[in-house]
Design a binder for this molecule. Structure first.
Ligand code: CTP
Ligand code: CA
Length: 230
C-alpha cells in the first residue's frame, strides 16, 4: 500500500520555531553575525509540519529554501527576531528557540557607511546586550501552558561540566526543556548531524546519540508532545 507519513500527534497544535543567526548592523553595509546555519531549526519546522502542526518559522539570515507547508517570517536583527517570536508566541502551544540571537549589538547604527580615517586609526565599537527572548517568553505568565524549549551549545569550563552548565542555564532561562549540545569537539555548525542531551525541569535527561538533525528534531517533538499529554 501507500507509504504512511509520521503519526499526526501534533495535529491541532500551533508551534513556533526560530532558526538561524541574527545580524547586528554597524552601518548600512556591515554587521556582526555568527555561524548558525539554521539547519536544526529548519529540521524542527519540517518535522513539526510532517506531524500535523501549524508551524511559524522565524528565520534569521538562513540560505535554505522556505519549507513547504510552513509559514516563514524572515528577520535580520535580534530586535526583529524578538518582535516576530513574541507575536507568534501569543497563540502558540509550543516555542522552540533554535536560533542564535547575537548577545550584543552596537550601541548605535550609523546611517552612513563608516569611512576609513587617513591616519590609519580604527573606530572602537561599543556594544550593549540584546534582550533575552527565551527568558522573556519563559517568564511571561500570560503564556503559561505553552511548552518552551531552548538550545545551548556548551564546552564546559572551570566552573562546571557541559551538563552542569546546561542545568544552570535551564534554571536561569525558566524554559521547560533545554537541548544541550557539547561543542568542545567543534563540528556542529553547518553539519548535517547533531548529538545532544535534552534536559527537563522535571529532572529528565534524554540522551540523543549522534544522528541527523531531523532525527534530533523528532526526539524534541516527542518530548514536547509528552508534555502536551500531561
Ligand atoms: N537566546 C535568546 N535570546 C538571546 C540569547 C539567547 O532567546 N538574546 C536563546 C537561544 O535561542 C537559545 C538559548 O537562549 O535557545 C540559549 O542561548 P545561549 O547563547 O546558550 O545562552 P545565553 O543566555 O546567551 O548564554 P551564553 O553567555 O552562554 O551565550
Ligand atoms: Ca549567547
Amino acid at each position: 500500500g501507500a507509504a504512511r507519513g509520521p503519526a499526526q500527534d501534533l495535529a491541532g497544535r500551533t508551534v513556533v520555531v526560530s532558526a538561524g543567526g541574527t545580524r547586528e548592523y554597524l552601518d548600512p553595509v556591515r554587521f556582526l553575525g555568527n555561524r548558525s546555519s539554521g539547519l536544526q531549526g529548519y529540521a524542527l519546522a519540517r518535522a513539526a509540519a510532517a506531524r500535523g502542526a501549524q508551524v511559524t518559522l522565524v528565520s534569521a539570515n538562513v540560505v535554505l529554501p522556505d519549507p513547504a507547508g510552513v509559514s516563514v517570517v524572515h528577520v535580520e536583527t535580534t530586535e526583529q527576531l524578538r518582535g516576530a517570536v513574541l507575536a507568534a508566541t501569543a497563540s502558540a502551544d509550543a516555542v522552540v528557540m533554535a536560533a542564535a540571537p547575537a548577545d550584543f549589538r552596537p550601541t548605535a547604527v550609523s546611517d552612513a557607511k563608516i569611512k576609513k580615517a587617513d591616519d590609519g586609526s580604527a573606530p572602537a565599537i561599543e556594544l550593549v546586550q540584546n534582550p533575552d527572548i527565551l527568558a522573556e517568553i519563559s517568564h511571561d505568565r500570560a503564556r503559561e501552558g505553552a511548552v518552551i524549549v531552548g538550545f545551548a551549545a556548551e564546552t564546559g569550563d572551570a566552573t562546571g561540566s557541559v551538563l552542569d552548565l546546561g542545568r544552570a542555564k535551564l534554571a536561569r532561562k525558566g524554559c521547560d526543556l533545554l537541548v544541550v549540545n557539547d561543542v568542545s569537539g567543534g563540528a556542529v555548525f553547518g553539519s548535517a548531524d547533531n548529538e545532544a542531551v535534552i534536559l527537563g525541569t522535571d529532572g529528565a535527561a534524554v540522551d540523543v546519540p549522534r544522528g541527523s538533525k531531523t532525527a534530533l528534531a523528532h526526539v524534541i517533538w516527542d518530548e514536547v508532545a509528552r508534555r502536551f499529554a500531561e
